[in-house]
Design a binder for this molecule. Structure first.
Ligand SMILES: Cc1cc2nc3c(=O)[nH]c(=O)nc-3n(C[C@H](O)[C@H](O)[C@H](O)COP(=O)(O)OP(=O)(O)OC[C@H]3O[C@@H](n4cnc5c(N)ncnc54)[C@H](O)[C@@H]3O)c2cc1C
Length: 341
């Protein structure tokens, strides 16, 4: 069954968010997307569009209430022991059946490793399009179509993509692109319990073990303060200084791709289009020029400080405070001040 909506007829409604639920925990991106879904739903021409949160996994049923606090009007739960470990073919089969049954107009998920694995499978099964790694979502005035924004051609252009004739309109969005709404603990709604069909449990993939890795103490996505080093720090020793500043500020260490590609620091620290998207309260860019691929990953930060010896570097134009100087002189002074205070 192909889900087409060539006349934009109104058969398809509601904005769905696929919750990320793993190891008994809900991933933060789910709340961010519920907030975004609420804004989209409010803008849709059809007045009765609702925010629907779809959550799969063993124990998923216990999480419904929390989603109501974050703008969900309806929560569809699929709580089954067969979903205890993550198997993308099983998840995709269940989700695509539910999509065919309820006909959502829009389906979004986090661009996490799970989202990136499930969503293309679902898009194929329901024969619709998918825009991956969106950095913006909006509703087009007049048509009510989803405008999906993402960098293209190596970040040189920002493309806006529409899916006019097939439904649902599907996107994955990186963590940190949208802000999670302030929870409203009085929020409530309808819970729909769905099941996994026996046929959907049949899969050629067997999961032997599932483990949830720690980020070695650096959680860039959750950090309030990030100190990032670029090519200007000149080597691994320069990153010791960046780490010292980050530690003094109780922040995390970020890096530009140039620094990562040079082997000065590991990829887990990379900020940007092919690294993490971050949204800290304070972002300090040291020896980073601010190419578009880097800015894509940090431009929504609350307050940006750039330290660069080139006053004309693009990052200096974006920064709230631009310090023109040699980082090897400026940073030790800041560390000294922080330690003395
Ligand atoms: C498809 C694609 C994806 C990409 N993804 C990413 C990504 O995810 N993240 C990312 O960061 N990049 C990414 N890039 C690379 C990006 O285009 C840039 O090459 C990279 O961001 C440059 O890193 P940089 O700013 O550290 O280095 P440079 O551009 O070389 O800038 C170094 C800066 O340091 C300053 N400097 C030098 N010495 C000092 C000093 N002593 N004191 C103060 N300042 C000094 C210089 O003035 C300069 O502005 C991607 C590129 C492509 C094509």
């Amino acid at each position: 069954m192909i889900l087409r909506d060539s006349e934009n007829s109104g058969t398809f409604k509601d904005v769905w968010v696929l919750a990320e639920f793993a190891g008994g925990k809900v991933h933060k991106v789910t709340y961010e997307l519920l907030g975004a879904a609420k804004k989209l739903s409010d803008k849709l021409l059809r007045k009765k569009s609702r925010v629907v949160c779809l959550v799969l996994g063993e124990g998923a049923g216990t999480k419904a209430e929390k989603f109501f606090h974050y703008c969900a009007d309806v929560v569809i739960t699929v709580d089954d022991s067969s979903l205890k470990t993550f198997n993308d073919t099983v998840y995709a089969s269940v989700i695509s059946r539910l999509v065919k049954k309820y006909k959502p107009e829009i389906l979004i998920s986090g661009a996490t490793s799970r989202g990136r694995s499930i969503m293309p499978r679902v898009a194929v099964l329901v024969e619709t399009g998918l825009t991956a790694d969106c950095t913006g979502l909006n509703i087009e005035e007049g048509t009510g179509l989803l405008l999906q924004t993402r960098p293209a051609y190596g970040g040189n252009i920002i493309a806006t993509i529409k899916c006019e004739h097939h439904r649902p309109q599907m996107s994955t969005v990186r963590q940190g692109v949208f802000k999670a709404p302030v929870p409203d603990n009085s929020g409530t709604g309808e819970v729909i319990e769905e099941i996994v069909l026996e046929a959907e449990k049949k899969t050629r993939i067997s999961v032997i073990e599932e483990s949830f890795g720690e980020d070695k103490g650096i959680n860039l996505s959750d950090a309030d303060i990030i100190v990032t080093g670029g090519r200007g720090v000149k080597g691994p020793k320069g990153f010791d200084m960046i780490a010292e500043l980050a530690q003094a500020l109780k922040g995390a260490v970020g890096a530009s791709r140039a620094a990562v590609d040079s082997g000065w620091i590991s990829y887990t620290h990379q900020v940007g289009q092919t690294g993490r998207t971050v949204q800290p309260k304070i972002y300090i860019a040291c020896g980073v020029s601010g190419q578009i691929q880097h800015l894509t990953g940090m431009q929504s930060s609350g307050f940006i400080i750039a330290i660069n010896k080139d006053a004309e570097a693009p990052i200096m134009k974006l920064a709230d405070v631009a310090v023109v100087g040699d980082l090897f002189e400026v940073i030790p002074e800041i560390i000294k001040l922080l330690k003395s205070g």
